[in-house]
Design a protein around this ligand. Structure first.
Ligand code: SAM
Length: 231
C-alpha cells in the first residue's frame, strides 16, 4: 500500500491542500473525495455519525479513525478514546490533531477490550467481502466489555444497479452486490486496488446471528444508509 490516503490527509493537515482524492469502483465512475470532509466537525457530520457519537459511552475504540474527527469529538466530551488505523499518514494526522491514544494497528490485531467500538463512514468496508463478515464480527465481539456495544454504519447499494427504467441489473451468479473493487488516486498516483464492502442491514443481521451478536437498527440515513448497534 502506497498510503496515498494518508499522504492526502497529511497534505491537508500541513496546509498543502491543492487537490482532492479521486475514487472509483468497478460499478461507478470517478468521484472526488473532498479532503476537508475527512476533517469534519460534529455539525458537519451526517446524522448517523452524530447519533453514533451521542450513543458512545465508556472506553471507546475508533476503528479506521482516518484523521481522527470522531475520536477528537469524544475525547473533548471527556471519554477515554483509542484510535487505530492501518494508514501511517492517518495515524500521524490524528496524533497531530490532538488524539491522545493513537496506534497504527489492524483491527484484527487488537486484543484490548472496550465499552464502545465505532466503525464509521461505511464501517463494514473494512470487512472487505461478505465471506469475511462473520470473522470480523466474531473478533469485534471478543473485544467488548460486558454490556459493550459496536456502532457501525453502512448502505444497501442495490440502487447503484438500477437502470433508467428502475430495473435492476444485478448478476445473481456473481458475488454479493455490495462487494466492490475500490480504486483511489491522488496527485496522479494510483493506490493498489482495494476490496470494500457495503452491507445491507438484513445481511448484517444474519451475520450477527451466526456469531451470537444482537443487531438492531438505530436509524436510517438519507440515502439507503443506516446505523446499527450490535451487542
Ligand atoms: C473510509 S475511511 C474512514 C475514516 C474515518 N473513520 C472517517 O469517518 O473520516 C476508512 C479508514 O479505515 C482504515 N482501515 C481499513 N482497514 C482497516 C483495518 N483492517 N484496521 C484498521 N483500520 C483500517 C483506512 O486506512 C481508512 O483510514
Amino acid at each position: 500500500m502506497k498510503d496515498l490516503f494518508g499522504k492526502a490527509l497529511l497534505d491537508y493537515q500541513n496546509d498543502n491542500y491543492t487537490e482532492d482524492i479521486i475514487t472509483s469502483t468497478n460499478i461507478s465512475d470517478e468521484d472526488e473525495l473532498a479532503l476537508p470532509y475527512l476533517f469534519r466537525d460534529f455539525k458537519e457530520m451526517p446524522k448517523l455519525e452524530q447519533k453514533a457519537l451521542k450513543l458512545s459511552k465508556g472506553k471507546v475504540l475508533d476503528v479506521g479513525c482516518g484523521a481522527g474527527s470522531h475520536s477528537l469529538y469524544l475525547q473533548e466530551k471527556g471519554l477515554d478514546v483509542k484510535a487505530i488505523d492501518i494508514s501511517k499518514g492517518a495515524i500521524e494526522v490524528a496524533r497531530k490533531r490532538g488524539v491522545l491514544k493513537v496506534e497504527l494497528k489492524d483491527i484484527l490485531n487488537v486484543t484490548e477490550t472496550f465499552d464502545t467500538i465505532l466503525l464509521l463512514m461505511n464501517g463494514t468496508g473494512i470487512f472487505q467481502e461478505l465471506s469475511e463478515v462473520a470473522r470480523y464480527l466474531k473478533h469485534l465481539k471478543s473485544l467488548l466489555n460486558p454490556k459493550g456495544q459496536i456502532l457501525i454504519d453502512s448502505s444497501d447499494i442495490k440502487y447503484m444497479y438500477e437502470d433508467e427504467d428502475g430495473g435492476l441489473w444485478i448478476d445473481t451468479n456473481a458475488n454479493y452486490y455490495g462487494e466492490l473493487d475500490y480504486f483511489l488516486s491522488y496527485k496522479n498516483e494510483d493506490e493498489a486496488p482495494m476490496k470494500w464492502l457495503y452491507l445491507d442491514f438484513e445481511s448484517l443481521e444474519f451475520a450477527c446471528e451466526s456469531v451470537g451478536l444482537k443487531c438492531e437498527k438505530v436509524m436510517d440515513g438519507d440515502h439507503f444508509d443506516y446505523l446499527a448497534r450490535l451487542y
